[in-house]
Design a protein around this ligand. Structure first.
Ligand code: SAM
Length: 334
């Protein structure tokens, strides 16, 4: 069965935040002044269990979900995540992937691959230790993330995508060095425009380095040409090195919004559903699941929610929307 929203968009991708906790305090995502020692994270019993998650994934898969991304918070800080991967990887035809900061990949990559994970996306914002540490704000060195990426490659979790969020004045000097470093490795580096997710990161339009500027800066030193999308609605625009050194991608969520192709549903760690990354309120799936609803009732809830969907926040972004009390990315999942 396939469901479409009010703008004719099918439900295809499910992003699951498996925990709201993270071992980094990236200044643009979980700033310490908000997510400090006193911050009240979710209690264990509030989190959807692996069994509950598997059930939800099976129901959504029957409604048209083809791809599931495990995220967070930092998904690898959720204990025994490989057990969930093992449960989800048995669902036929489901494309399963994971986004991580890479800090625990050296310990976890093999177990994840053995459990059936095929590929990963690793976030890395700079190769310069001083810049990276200023961004993650927990003194975490670049070398350990690079080692995590190597561990993922050794475990066969390929292709590896590397995500770099670019914030002007913070890490924009790292754009070209990152491109140079990952060129020719087979890993696909993708640059993400800094977004106004949540309401704690103090976002300003001036902080955004546009996808166009990012490509211009790389092209000046490492000539690029546009490449065709891999599939309709691909979020990242692809660019190829003219000398055959591979490709980079840019995710222009601010300057070239792609809401009309957005097929993503998001599930927070405590079982709230969101139909937009920039949503201000969720829909309580956990109450339904824990209240004894049947699979058919859950499916009905999901298709009716999706059928009412008309979100297109990024296309409507303005000074007024930026000030909305949007849900934090660490909670809803990136
Ligand atoms: N902890 C994992 C990680 O670091 O990849 C998964 C969760 S994290 C919220 C997912 C992605 O969102 C990361 O690549 C992160 O850099 C990105 N992100 C967080 N805040 C962002 C913002 N304000 N604008 C753009 N990307 C952001």
């Amino acid at each position: 069965m396939n469901v479409e929203d009010r703008l004719g968009r099918p439900m295809r991708d499910l992003r699951i935040s498996v925990t709201d906790r993270c071992n980094f305090r990236c200044v643009y995502c979980m700033p310490k002044r908000v997510f400090g020692k006193d911050f009240q994270f979710l209690e264990r019993r509030e989190l959807f269990s692996f069994e509950e998650l598997e059930r939800v994934v099976r129901v959504t898969h029957a409604l048209g979900i083809e791809k599931v991304r495990l995220t967070g918070g930092e998904p690898l800080v959720r204990r025994n995540l490989e057990r969930l991967v093992g449960m989800l990887s048995t669902i036929p035809g489901l494309d399963l992937t994971l986004t991580t900061n890479g800090s625990l990949l050296r310990q976890k990559a093999r177990a994840l691959a053995d459990a059936g994970l095929k590929r990963v996306t690793v976030s890395l914002d700079s190769l310069d230790d001083a810049v990276f540490k200023a961004m993650n704000d927990v003194d975490f060195p670049v070398a350990k993330v690079l080692d995590g990426i190597d561990a993922a490659a050794e475990a066969g979790l390929a292709p590896i995508k590397i995500n770099m969020v670019v914030k002007r004045g913070l890490n924009d000097q790292s754009i070209v060095p990152m491109a140079r470093h990952f060129r020719g490795t087979g890993h696909v580096l993708r640059f993400i425009e800094y977004m106004d997710v949540g309401h704690t990161n103090g976002w300003r339009m001036d902080d955004v380095v546009s996808a166009r500027e990012i490509i211009e800066r790389i092209d000046r030193e490492l000539p690029l040409e546009p490449a065709d999308p891999n599939y309709r609605g691909e979020v990242a625009k692809r660019w190829r090195y003219r000398d055959g050194g591979g490709e980079v991608g840019v995710i222009a969520s601010v300057t070239q919004a792609f809401c009309r192709d957005c097929t993503r549903l998001r599930l927070s760690a405590e079982g709230q559903l969101y139909t937009c990354l920039f949503a201000t309120e969720g829909h309580d799936l956990r109450a339904l699941v824990r209240g004894g609803a049947s699979d058919a009732e859950i499916a009905q809830f999901l298709s009716s929610l999706w059928g009412r969907r008309s979100d297109r926040y990024s296309e409507l972004r303005s000074e007024a929307t930026v000030r909305l009390q949007k849900i934090e990315m660490s909670y809803i999942g990136g």
